[in-house]
Design a binder for this molecule. Sequence first.
Ligand code: NAI
Ligand code: MG
Length: 334
Amino acid sequence: SQRRIAIIRGDGIGPEIMDATLTILEAGGFTADYVNLEAGLSAVEKGLPAMPPETVEAIREIGIALKSPTTTPVGGGHVSANVALRKALDLFANVRPTRSIPGVKGPFEDFKIDLIIVRENTEDLYAGIEFQPHPDMAQAVKVITRPGSNRLHRYAFDMVRKQGRKKLAAVHKANIMKLTDGMFLEEFYKVAKEYPDIHAEDIIVDNCCMQLVTHPERFDAIVTENLYGDIVSDLCAGLVGGLGLAAGANIGEKCAVFEAVHGSAPDIAGKGIANPTALLFSALMMLRHIGENDTAKRIGRAVLKVAGEGKHVTRDLGGTAGTAEYTDAIIAAL
Ligand code: NAI
Ligand code: MG
C-alpha cells in the first residue's frame, strides 16, 4: 500500500497552490495516498472548529501532513488553526530555511545566503499567559523550560550535522532576561558539548538582526526562542525574495506538518496569480523528511532552472506569470 500523507487544502490561495504543488510532485515522480482533512475558515463555515479534533487525530495517526495556509476567522471564540495544531501535536520545532535563488532579486542580490532557522514553537511569550491586574496595566508571562530548550537544541544540532553544516548560533537576550534566556543559553552550551564537530556560538538578537542585513553569509544555522524566531525568520524571508518563497516545517517527536510561512493571501485568492513556490519548497522538505532525497533534489533543480532563466516569473517577484504558467514551466524543466 502507498504512503499516506494528510492534506489540508486551506483557504484563500490555499487550494490553488496545493493543486500546483501536488501536480509538480507527481510530475517529479512522487505519488502518495493523499488524505484530505478539514481545517480553517472552510471548516468553520461547515459548523466545525477551525482545527477539528478529527483532523488533529488523523494527522497524529498518519504522522505527516502538508498544509496550505488557513484563514483565521476574525471575532471571538476562534482559535487559530495553526496554534491549535502546534499545541495538540506538540510540534516543538519550527524549521525555516533561507536560501538565495539565482535570478530572484532580493535586496542583496550579491549575497549568497544559505541558512536555516530552528525556532522553538510552544513556549516563550507565545504560551499565551496574560493578565490585566489593573485597568492601566497588562502583563504577559514568558515561559522557558529546561526540557523544552534541551530537546530543541538537540534537534537543531542533529539537523546541522545531518545537513553537513558547520556552525550553530543560539540567538537570545540573556544579558537582559537572565533567568529565561539564561536557561535557554545554558542548555544550548550543555548540548553543544555532545557535538564537538559543530561550532557553537551565541549572539544577542538585536545584533543578530543587524548582522543578518549586513553580513548574512556569516550565518549557517540559528536556533532561537519563539518570539525572536518569529521576527528573525520573517527578516530572513525578506532577504531572499519574500513570502512567496519561504518554506517551513513544524516538527514534533512523532508528527511533522509542512507548510509555507505565508498566509492565505485573500487579496489575490481565486485570481490564478499566487506563487506556489513556498508550499512546493515545504513539500520538498517533507520529501527529505521521509527519505525521498533524490526526488526532492530533482524538483528543486527544476525550480532553480526556471528561476535562473527568468522567463516565467510570478507577480510577487516582479514578473507576469500566473500560477499555471509557472507550474507548467517547472514541469517542462522536469
Ligand atoms: P499573507 O501572507 O496571506 O499575505 C501578505 C501579502 O503577501 C499579501 O499581499 C499577499 O497577497 C502576499 N502573498 C502571500 N503569499 C503569497 C504567494 N504565495 N504568492 C503571492 N503573493 C503572496 O498575510 P495576511 O494578509 O496577514 O494574512 C491573511 C490570512 O492568512 C489571515 O487570516 C491570517 O490569519 C492567515 N495566516 C495563516 C497562516 C497559516 O495558515 N500558516 C500564516 C499567516 C497568516
Ligand atoms: Mg510570523
